[in-house]
Design a protein around this ligand. Structure first.
Ligand code: NAP
Length: 338
């Protein structure tokens, strides 16, 4: 089978390798689609630790081709989405139910073979069923949606809450939809690209702003109960607290490179009692994400910018996305050149 490898710092290749075989408690999945996430570029650049050589791809779904001898409930031919984050179950964080903080976390597509391949194996416990009627591309959004669900859970959104989302990428646009589903009545999305603002309005944002319009909006309407930082930039993280109302909360999802510092004024947080929390990965949220996508409650079709073969993905992983791109999906069955 073909698989896209991170061979080392700044080195990617598509190689023919032996088809993996599922162990007793594993399933073998024919990958239908796998999203290219910013993390894949961080791995390529060495800004995020990984275990090369390794097949990348952690946002995948596909059809079960084989099951190990101990797997009785999932069957060949079923469509599944993979939760890539495998917790050890034995460390203090796991024992405390904080599986996303597992000391021995192993991620499919980062530490072990991932979904930029024709086939991937994963432990049965990481697989979640999707309906066969679902568009084969849509399951690739379960993993990012599961991360956004964790953030919305942590925020404890109440019906009638006001929310501001910074950044109109996949994470921001999924968070906009979840905020509405959780009962937020006013959802402001801040992003630079006009097309993304228009899309956010279709997906439930009640106000869409260019960053240059934010000051005027704050003067007229004040801050939000909850601010979700989904851009992952020092400036947007530093600017997030002032978008929260007194007693409000900022939830940081964006990933800044390790070592990067951000200018935040503790006095302002204290005086206005704005809490600042972070949200990491998808603890126990993957099943709900799969259901939200399976039922169409969260719309993902408009987030697909293009589909690519494994070979075409080499350049796309290595370079920053073009302006306006939301998510490129690798479809391993596509021919070279697609
Ligand atoms: P993305 O596609 O890069 O989206 C970020 C968006 O921020 C861009 O689309 C950009 O759109 C917007 N942006 C840039 N400058 C801005 C500014 N000054 N003000 C407002 N918006 C601005 O990335 P993503 O896939 O959505 O992920 C977002 C962040 O979440 C990344 O840092 C990613 O690593 C992180 N992440 C975290 C988790 C977690 O568990 N915490 C999980 C997945 C991803 P415009 O061009 O329209 O401005």
């Amino acid at each position: 089978m073909k698989a896209l490898f991170l061979d080392g710092l700044g080195k990617l290749s598509v190689q023919n390798v032996a088809m993996p075989l599922p162990k007793a408690d594993e399933v073998l999945v024919r990958v239908e689609a796998c999203g290219i996430c910013g993390t894949d570029r961080h791995l390529f650049l060495g800004e995020f630790p990984s275990s090369p050589p390794v097949t990348l791809g952690h946002e995948f779904s596909g059809i079960i081709e084989a099951v190990g001898q101990d797997v009785s409930d999932l069957k060949i031919g079923m469509r599944v989405t993979g939760d890539p984050n495998i917790a050890c179950g034995a460390c203090d964080a796991c024992h405390a139910g904080r599986v996303n903080l597992c000391h021995n976390l192993q991620a499919i597509g980062i530490h072990r073979s991932g979904g930029f391949a024709e086939y991937v194996v994963m432990p049965r416990k990481q697989a979640f069923a999707l309906p066969m009627s679902l568009d084969p591309l849509h399951g690739a959004f379960c993993e990012p949606l599961a991360c956004c669900l964790h953030a919305v859970d942590l925020a404890g959104l109440k019906a009638g809450a006001s929310v501001t989302v910074i950044g109109g990428g996949v994470i921001g646009l999924l968070t906009v939809q979840l905020a509405r589903l959780a009962g937020a009545t006013r959802v402001v999305l801040i992003t630079r690209n006009r097309a993304k603002r228009d899309l956010a309005a279709q997906l439930g944002a009640t106000t869409c702003l260019d960053p240059a319009e934010v000051d005027e909006h704050l003067r007229q309407h004040g801050g939000a109960d909850v601010v979700f930082e989904c851009a992952g930039l020092a400036a947007t993280v530093a600017g997030a607290p002032r978008l929260a109302r007194r007693g409000g909360m900022v939830v940081i999802l964006g990933v800044l490179p390790a070592g990067q510092k951000v200018d935040i004024e503790p006095f302002d947080l204290l005086f206005r009692e704005v809490s600042l929390i972070t949200s990491f990965l998808n603890p126990f949220t993957h099943a709900r994400a799969a259901d939200l996508i399976a039922t169409g409650a969260v719309k993902v079709a408009p987030l697909i910018s293009r589909t690519l073969s494994l070979e075409a993905a080499l350049d796309v992983i290595a370079t920053p996305p073009p302006d306006g791109e939301i998510r490129a999906l690798v479809v391993p069955s596509l021919a070279i050149g697609a």
